[in-house]
Design a protein around this ligand. Structure first.
Ligand code: RM4
Ligand code: MN
Ligand code: MN
Length: 432
């Protein structure tokens, strides 16, 4: 693999040297501003450096809609090339040291070899993801009318076994969690018996649960519609919470930001799951209409900030059982996926750092004194502070790029990959 193009440290240093002046100036200015608020900028840089989010293997390929997919140049053609792209993201932003795999899209022939390939690039494996929403070539039974909740026990068995296989692969890769998003549902009233379907779900997921190694967790991911357009079996956080409670301590609820009806108060769902000790973590993305899978922070940055307000509140108060797994789950249809993932990771770090700026004593006082205007003012004061110099400094200190997009573009990475990776007719990348 040594003839494959990689961004060199020396190149990164040269790029960073060009941007050093502005970051020093802006950083010093922000340090003064924060000092007036009795905040030490160095503490916030340390917080930014500690932030971690996993990158989805399926996110580095170009996605698409149900209408079309427009492939980008130099797309990764297999899981090894996807790991190369994830390693490039990690090199530049430093907060993405793990990859979340989707099986069978990215099923490795030799999991030991893949683990070593990733490890040598500083990467580990995050949660596994199963896929019972499509039929694979040569598959025995179809998932057209469901998988884990299908009326036919043989289909349910096939779906359970697929999930157990994901856990087995994940075990070799060093993963510690398995995410189950089940697409089962109905397109028409009457198509599905709601209660019976949920009973079958629990029965199937219990088998998956029983196959988990001791130190693993299973993440139940809810979604209110799509691909089924009338009803979905695990449609909301309440159903997800019920199932996680029924299953036991290793089961918890994953929140994908795109899986709620418009205007739902997601930060409140997050707070409830924290309170009940059942928050698994996130699939971060953003959306305007539905499960749009747009880049995190691109549409509703204030909502993202409010979610991180809940997360940081739980972190600071040492909420029991609070150990959320952060992942991105996005489909990049019109941008370079590497750029989108780098910007998204930065936006999450931004929201995390901004949530650390919140004057929690003042917020609490406003709440206790029934002063809504002041409560909002406290939040807005944190949200409107531009923490970009903190993010840039954190990346620099961790050995990454001060300006990841500029460095990536200047490196010519995509051009080199276009030569190394001639287009293939059938690239199984992204979500179509
Ligand atoms: C679903 C859900 C899952 C993801 C698939 C591709 O809407 O978000 O997490 O794996 O899409
Ligand atoms: Mn998801
Ligand atoms: Mn989704």
């Amino acid at each position: 693999m040594s003839n494959r193009f990689e961004i060199e440290d020396s190149f990164l240093n040269e790029q960073n040297a060009k941007t050093k002046k502005w970051i020093d100036e802006d950083f010093d200015h922000l340090a003064h501003v924060l000092k007036r608020r009795e905040l030490d900028i160095e503490d916030l840089v340390a917080k930014a450096q500690s932030f971690r989010v996993a990158v989805p293997s399926w996110g580095v390929g170009t996605g698409g809609t149900r209408f079309a997919r427009f492939p980008g140049p130099g797309e990764p053609r297999d899981i090894y090339e996807k790991i190369e792209d994830c390693a490039t993201i990690f090199k530049l932003v430093r907060c993405t040291p793990a990859v979340s795999l989707h099986i069978p899209w990215d099923k490795p022939d030799d999991p030991d070899d893949l683990r070593e390939f990733a490890r040598s690039r500083g990467l580990a494996f995050d949660a596994m993801n199963s896929n019972t929403f499509q039929d694979q070539p040569g598959q025995n039974l179809s998932y057209k009318f469901g998988s884990l909740t299908h009326p036919d026990a043989a289909v349910r068995r096939q779906a359970v076994e697929h999930n157990i296989e994901c856990i087995e692969i994940g075990r070799v890769l060093g993963s510690k969690a398995h995410s189950v998003w089940v697409a089962d549902g109905g397109n028409f009233p009457g198509q599905m018996h709601f209660r019976r379907a949920l009973e079958r779900y629990l029965e199937s997921v219990r088998e998956i649960y029983n196959a988990l190694p001791d130190d693993w967790r299973v993440f139940l991911e809810h979604k209110f519609y799509e691909p089924a357009f009338y009803s979905t079996v695990i449609n909301d956080w309440g159903t997800s919470y019920y199932c996680a409670s029924q299953l036991g301590p290793k089961a918890c609820c994953l929140v994908d930001l795109g899986h709620h009806a418009p205007n739902v108060n997601i930060e409140m769902i997050v707070s409830r799951l924290i309170q009940f000790g059942k928050l698994a973590g996130f699939h971060f993305n953003d959306s305007k209409y539905g499960d749009d899978d747009l880049d995190a922070g691109s549409i509703k940055p204030f909502q993202l900030f409010l979610i991180f307000n809940e997360l940081v509140d739980a972190e600071l108060s040492n909420a029991a059982g609070f150990d959320p797994a952060y992942m991105l789950d996005q489909s990049h249809n019109v941008t370079d996926p590497i750029e989108s993932l780098m910007v998204s990771a930065a936006e999450l770090t931004r929201a995390y750092v901004q949530a650390h700026l919140i004057d929690r004593a003042a917020l609490s006082e406003a709440q206790e004194k029934c002063d809504p205007l002041m409560a909002l003012t406290v939040l807005k004061s944190a949200f409107t502070t531009d923490v970009s110099p903190i993010l840039a400094r954190a990346r620099e200190r961790s050995g990454g790029a001060i300006d990841p997009i500029a460095a990536y573009r200047a490196s010519g990475y995509r051009r080199f990959k276009q030569e190394e990776r001639p287009a293939q007719a059938t690239i199984a990348a992204g979500i179509v």
